[in-house]
Design a binder for this molecule. Structure first.
Ligand code: SAH
Ligand code: SF4
Ligand code: F3S
Length: 441
């Protein structure tokens, strides 16, 4: 009988994509997936280490798994991903019920590691690789809708933003062979998928070199978009330093690359950006936005912002607010700075913005973004968008939901048999998070 694997995922899209790789590796080794934790032989939790609260959440879950294991001795508990990589063997010392830890580059070895676990022993593999891209592994798609899928095209990060653990948890940047990316895209299209998100921590610094062959990100994007005109190709996340004119041109010229760019700014103050080691200034960032708007006037622009980084003054914070207004972001992920052990910021700077000031600044940023998102939705009223239908709306089964090019969710009355189709929807209303519309064709 096959052994049952239960897997829970936290963190970014890349972690979700990795869980699909893990599921594939395990299925090829006599495991089957279960959605019910209590019937699992192996429980894996794919973890994130980006902020302290991300790790706290996982530690809380491990307590739940421990209870599970007490009821069902013999259950194996594995912690994989970025938190396993960051804490290494320390995690095994403090969490006695964890049987296994595995870092992001060791997933091919999971079955043999699990096989090797003996009563009372723990197993670890946190070796980072300079080559692993899992290029020949066909992921098991865990999202049930069957319309939108991720393809991981590069791994790791070389940027060492001073606040960030990712370069330590995911190792050096490496780009995946384009042929395997194109094959995966074709397979997905044939299976009925109509949207692909190309993933990497710095997706736009993709560059593949092998002998004479060289491919940069805009060229890869063009080739993946050529797989089929009905396949939307998105990408995340872009670093501002690599958002080249060539990339902007490629998005502008290619019909099935949606007009939407996620461009994390982190701060509006050049001084703070310098301490963050982001490698651009406020003006440079704003110039990129101007170029995007010039070539792609209807481009959706979204961002990530950190409030209360080391040494951030009130005027620095005001610069973040003014930059947000100037760009007019459609959406943002907003965070309070969380000091991470081992990062450059932890070594070089004092985490000196008091907690209550961090909270107040974050609140102001959130409040402003709500107004900007509201404004952005109001501007869409009476416009008609091409929407890729993903399935029934969660709140109302008589309605369908899909996304427009700008990646905004639109809910509208329609029948279920249009899932996976492109339809024209006119916006007739909105809430703070969603556009409401009616089908016009
Ligand atoms: N590679 C992407 C995003 C990486 S992590 C980029 O370069 O933009 C996602 C977001 O988490 C970051 O954009 C940043 O806003 C936030 N983040 C990263 N480290 C953080 C920390 N120590 N404290 C708070 N937020 C952090
Ligand atoms: Fe972290 Fe910076 Fe790399 Fe993004 S670019 S993953 S924020 S180090
Ligand atoms: Fe978290 Fe690792 Fe992603 S730290 S944000 S899961 S790369």
């Amino acid at each position: 009988m096959k052994k049952k694997l239960y897997i829970e995922t936290y963190g970014c899209q890349m972690n979700f994509s990795d869980s699909e790789i893990i599921a594939s590796v395990m299925q090829h080794n006599d495991y089957e997936l279960t959605k019910t934790m209590s019937e699992a032989d192996v429980i894996l939790v794919n973890t994130c280490a980006i902020r302290d609260n991300a790790e706290k959440r996982v530690l809380g879950r491990i307590q739940e798994f421990r209870k599970m294991k007490q009821n069902k001795p013999g259950t194996t508990i594995g912690v994989v991903g970025c938190m396993a990589e960051r804490l290494k063997e320390d995690l095994l010392k403090t969490q006695k019920d964890v049987d296994l830890i595995a870092g992001p580059d060791s997933y091919r070895h999971l079955p043999e590691m699990l096989e090797g676990i003996r009563e009372g022993q723990q197993m670890a593999n946190v070796i980072l690789s300079e080559e692993e891209t899992y290029e020949n592994i066909e992921p098991v798609r865990l999202d049930a809708k069957g319309i939108s899928a991720f393809i991981s095209i590069m791994r790791g990060c070389n940027n060492f933003c001073s606040y960030c653990v990712v370069p330590y948890t995911r190792g050096r940047e490496r780009s995946r062979n384009p042929e395997t990316i194109l094959n995966e895209a074709k397979n997905l299209y044939d299976k009925g998928y109509r949207e692909i998100t190309l993933l990497g921590q710095n997706v736009n610094s993709y560059n593949f070199q092998e002998g004479e062959k060289y491919l940069d990100f805009p060229e890869l994007l063009r080739q993946v978009a050529a797989v089929h005109k009905d396949l939307r190709i998105r990408f995340a996340t872009s670093h501002p330093k690599d958002i080249s004119d060539k990339l902007i041109q490629t998005i502008a010229e290619t019909e099935n690359i949606p007009n939407a760019i996620h461009l994390p700014v982190q701060s509006g103050s050049t001084n703070v950006l310098k301490r963050m080691n982001r490698k651009y200034t406020r003006d440079w960032y704003l110039n990129r936005i101007e170029t995007i708007r010039k070539h792609i006037p209807d481009c959706g622009i979204t961002t990530d912002i950190i409030a209360g980084f080391c040494g951030e003054t009130e005027p620095d914070h005001q610069e973040t607010l003014s930059l947000m207004k100037q760009v007019g972001y459609d959406f943002a992920f907003m965070f309070k700075y969380s000091e991470r052990p081992g990062t450059l910021a932890e070594k070089r700077f004092d985490d000196d913005v008091p907690e209550d000031v961090k909270s107040r600044r974050l609140q102001e940023i959130i409040q402003l973004q709500q107004e900007l998102s509201q404004q952005s939705n109001a501007n869409d009223l009476n416009k008609t968008f091409t929407v890729l239908v993903e399935g029934p709306s969660k709140k109302d089964a008589k309605k369908m939901m899909g996304r427009n090019q700008q990646n905004k969710v639109i809910v509208f009355p329609a029948s279920a048999d249009i899932k996976g189709q492109y339809v024209q929807v006119k916006v007739t209303g909105y809430t703070s998070a969603t556009l409401l519309g009616e089908l016009i064709s």
